[in-house]
Design a protein around this ligand. Structure first.
Ligand code: ADP
Ligand code: MG
Length: 649
C-alpha cells in the first residue's frame, strides 16, 4: 500500500459524480432543483438522444454573479448553507454544493448566467472538470446550463445507460413529478423537436393535475384536503410545536395500476422515493385493491424542517423522519379516511385479498425495513399475513382483473400440462369420515380406477348452467367442472390475437369517429417506442398535434368503450416491460390486455348456445388451463371425490 494522498478535486468530483449522476435523469433533477431554488417562474428542459447528447435547462431565476459562476463549480460550494446548524432545517432543494462540480466532471458543460445586479452575463465552459473558457457575454437574466456528451470520459458508466427511450422516459417522469409539485411555475420539456410537457402556471394543484393527466385521470381521483396535526414537544433538549400536513390526490379503489409509476410522493416540496410513505399508502388501500395492484397517488407531505432529515443520500431522493411511526400512521389514516368517504354506496364489500405489505403492523414493518433494498421500482414489499375475512363479506363479482402480468407464469414452449400431477386444479377433497363406505348401488361406469384427468375431456363438457352469471357449471366424463367464463374467453382471445399477430393478419375495426387521446409525457415516450407493435396488433394510430394521438382503427374484438383504456394500459405495461423485458414481452402483454378488454365479462348471463360455444373454443386452445395472467380457468370436482364424499367408495 502506498502513502496516503489527498485526492485532487478533479478525481474527488468524479467520485462524487458516481453517486450524484447515475443517469441523464439525475442531471435533469439537479439542474431543475437549482432552477427552482433560484426562484424561477419558468423552466425549460431540452433533451437530445435521451439526454446522452444534450440536456439543457434554461430558467428565468436569480442567475449568478460573475464570481459565483466560477465558484459554483468548486466542490462543496453552495449559496444555500453556511453553518452546520442550517443542515437541521433545510428549506431549499439543494444544499450539498456537489451537483455542478460532479456533473461538470463527467460531461462538457456550458453555463450562461446573468444576475439582475450585473449588466452583463457570464459564460463558463468546462470539459471533464477542467475550465476551458470563462468570458463576459450579453445575456438575459437567468441561467442556462447545457450538459453535452454525458459520461464521455467515463466509458464504464456510459455502458450502463439504457436505451435512449428508457432514459427519456425517466426524464419525462421526473419533469412530470416536479411540474406537479410546483403548479405556480411553467414547465416545458422537449425532446429533439417534440414537446413532451408544456404547462403554464396555475393556482391550484387540481388544475395542474388536470393539465398533466387530463380529465379521464381527474375523474378517477379523490382530493385529499389538507389535514394538519400539530404536536407539542417538551423534552429536555428541545421543545416547541411541530406541524405535519398532508394533502394531495388519491385514486378511487376501482383504479388499479400495475406498477408504482403513478405514485408521486413529495416531502416539503422535494420529490422522494420513500418506503415509509409507500407503506403507509399501501396500508391505506389494504383490502380495497388487490395485493399486486397499485393506486395512483399524489401526496404532498409537509412538516417542520427539523422533523425530517433530507441529508440521507447524495441524490436526495430518500429522507428520514424523526417520528417515523407517527408519520406513517398519520399518512395512512388520512388517506384511508378519504377513501372510506369516497367509496360508492352501491359497491359490494370487497372479498378479502391477501395483500402484501399492508396488513403488517408498523412495528414489524420497521424491523423488516432494514432488509429492504431499493430496486429500480422502489422498495421491495414485506411479506404480510393474509387478512382475516371480514364477517359477512360477500364475494365481489365486480372485482377487476389483476393487471400485473408475470412473464414467468406464461409458458409457450413447454407442454400444455405438467407431465406429473393433474392438469387441472381439483376442488379440495371433502373431509374424510371414519364410517364404512356405503357400497350399495353400483359405481358409475368406468370409475373403479382413479381417472387420469386429461385435457381431451374438455371437448366433452356439457354445460348445465351458470353460477352467479359468472361461472359455467358443466358435467364432464370425469366429474363436475366450473369454468370462469371471463378468463376462459380471455384465453381464447389471447391465443387468437397472438396467432393473428404471428401471421400478420390481424382483424381490425375501423372507427367511424377517430378517438382522440391526450398523452402525458411518459405515455408519449412509450407510444413512440411501441408504435409499430400497436400497429401489428391491429391499432391504426396517427399523431394528432403535439401531445395527442388519433385512433382510427382498433383490434376487432374490443368494444368502443374499452379502446381508450386498452391503449393506456398497454402504454403503462410497455414501460414496465421494456425496463427489463423485450418487445416479445410487450407483444404478449398487448395480446393479454386486448383479450381481457374484449372478453365476456363476469356477471353476464349466457345462454346454453354461448356456453357450449365457449367450452368448445376453450377446448381448442393450446393452454386451456390458465388465463394469460396465470390464473386458473377451470376447477374440477372429480367424480371420484364426489363418490368419496357420499361414502360410496
Ligand atoms: P447546491 O444546489 O447544493 O447548492 P449545486 O452544485 O447544485 O449545489 O449548485 C451550486 C451553486 O450554484 C448553488 O448553491 C447556487 O448558488 C448556484 N446555482 C446553480 N444553479 C443555479 C441556477 N439555475 N440559478 C442560480 N444559481 C444557481
Ligand atoms: Mg443543486
Amino acid at each position: 500500500m502506498g502513502r496516503i494522498r489527498v485526492l485532487s478535486d478533479v478525481v474527488a468530483n468524479k467520485i462524487a459524480a458516481g453517486e450524484v449522476v447515475e443517469r441523464p435523469a439525475s442531471v435533469v433533477k439537479e439542474l431543475l432543483e437549482n432552477s427552482l431554488d433560484a426562484g424561477s417562474s419558468r423552466v425549460r428542459i431540452d433533451v437530445e438522444a435521451g439526454g446522452r447528447r444534450l440536456i439543457r435547462v434554461s430558467d428565468d431565476g436569480s442567475g449568478m454573479l460573475r464570481d459565483d459562476a466560477l465558484l459554483a463549480f468548486e466542490r462543496h460550494a453552495t449559496s444555500k448553507l453556511s453553518d452546520v446548524k442550517d443542515l437541521l432545517s433545510i428549506a431549499t432543494l439543494g444544499f450539498r454544493g456537489e451537483a455542478l462540480p460532479s456533473i461538470a466532471s463527467v460531461s462538457r458543460l456550458t453555463l450562461e448566467t446573468r444576475s439582475p445586479d450585473e449588466t452583463t452575463g457570464t459564460l463558463v465552459e468546462i470539459a471533464g472538470g477542467r475550465i476551458v473558457r470563462c468570458e463576459e457575454a450579453a445575456l438575459a437574466q437567468g441561467t442556462i446550463i447545457a450538459v453535452r456528451d454525458l459520461f464521455f470520459n467515463v466509458p464504464a458508466r456510459k455502458k450502463f445507460l439504457r436505451s435512449e427511450q428508457t432514459e427519456l422516459a425517466h426524464i419525462a417522469q421526473l419533469a412530470t413529478h416536479y411540474s406537479l409539485a410546483y403548479p405556480d411555475k411553467a414547465f416545458e420539456l422537449r425532446h429533439q423537436n417534440s414537446e413532451l410537457l408544456y404547462v403554464t402556471p396555475v393556482t391550484a394543484i387540481r388544475d395542474r393535475v388536470f393539465q398533466v393527466f387530463g380529465s379521464q385521470v381527474m375523474e378517477d381521483l379523490v382530493e385529499l384536503p389538507a389535514v394538519t396535526r400539530d404536536i407539542t414537544i417538551d423534552e429536555e433538549d428541545e421543545n416547541g410545536t411541530r406541524f405535519f400536513r398532508l394533502r394531495g390526490f388519491v385514486s378511487r379503489p376501482q383504479v388499479q395500476k400495475s406498477n408504482r409509476n403513478s405514485i408521486f410522493l413529495f416531502v416539503n416540496g422535494r420529490m422522494i422515493r420513500d418506503r415509509l410513505l409507500m407503506h403507509a399508502l399501501n396500508a391505506a388501500y389494504a383490502s380495497l385493491i388487490p395485493g399486486n395492484a397499485f393506486p395512483f397517488a399524489l401526496l404532498f407531505f409537509e412538516c417542520s424542517p427539523e422533523e425530517v432529515d433530507v441529508n440521507v443520500h447524495p441524490s436526495k431522493t430518500e429522507v428520514r423522519f424523526r417520528r417515523s411511526g407517527f408519520v406513517h400512521d398519520f399518512v395512512r389514516d388520512a388517506v384511508r379516511s378519504v377513501l372510506t368517504a369516497a367509496r360508492p354506496v352501491s359497491s359490494l364489500p370487497l372479498a378479502p385479498v391477501p395483500r402484501q405489505g399492508a396488513a403488517l403492523p408498523y412495528s414489524e414493518f420497521t424491523q423488516k425495513l432494514e432488509d429492504f433494498r431499493y430496486t429500480e421500482h422502489g422498495p421491495a414489499q414485506p411479506e404480510a399475513a393474509p387478512e382475516a375475512a371480514p364477517a359477512g363479506a360477500l364475494p365481489d363479482f365486480t372485482l377487476r382483473e389483476p393487471r400485473r402480468f408475470s412473464p414467468g407464469r406464461l409458458d409457450f414452449s413447454g407442454p400444455a400440462i405438467a407431465p406429473e400431477g393433474p392438469p387441472v386444479q381439483t376442488a379440495p377433497p371433502p373431509v374424510r369420515s371414519k364410517r364404512v363406505p356405503d357400497t350399495h348401488g353400483a359405481l358409475p361406469e368406468g370409475l373403479a380406477a382413479e381417472p387420469s384427468p386429461s385435457l381431451e375431456v374438455l371437448r366433452d363438457l356439457r354445460p348445465i348452467g351458470q353460477l352467479h352469471d359468472s361461472f359455467i357449471v358443466a358435467a364432464g366424463p370425469d366429474g363436475l367442472w366450473i369454468v370462469d367464463q371471463h378468463v376462459a374467453h380471455e384465453r381464447i382471445l389471447f391465443e387468437k390475437v397472438l396467432r393473428q399477430m404471428g401471421s400478420g393478419q390481424v382483424e381490425r375495426q375501423s372507427l367511424l369517429m377517430p378517438i382522440l387521446l391526450e398523452l402525458n409525457a411518459t405515455q408519449q415516450v412509450e407510444y413512440s417506442r411501441i408504435a409499430t407493435e400497436l400497429e401489428a396488433v391491429g391499432f391504426e394510430i396517427e399523431p394528432f398535434g403535439q401531445r395527442t394521438i388519433s385512433v382510427k382503427a382498433a383490434p376487432a374484438d374490443i368494444g368502443l368503450a374499452e379502446i381508450e383504456r386498452a391503449i393506456l394500459e398497454i402504454l403503462d405495461l410497455a414501460e414496465e416491460e421494456l425496463r427489463h423485458g423485450s418487445f416479445e414481452d410487450v407483444r404478449r402483454d398487448m395480446a393479454a390486455s386486448i383479450a381481457c378488454r374484449a372478453a365476456i365479462k363476469i356477471n353476464m348471463a349466457l345462454d346454453m348456445t354461448k356456453m357450449r360455444w365457449l367450452l368448445a373454443e376453450l377446448a381448442e386452445t393450446e393452454f386451456p388451463m390458465s388465463c394469460p395472467h396465470g390464473r386458473p380457468i377451470a376447477l374440477r370436482y372429480a367424480t371420484r371425490e364426489i363418490l368419496k364424499g357420499f361414502h360410496r367408495i
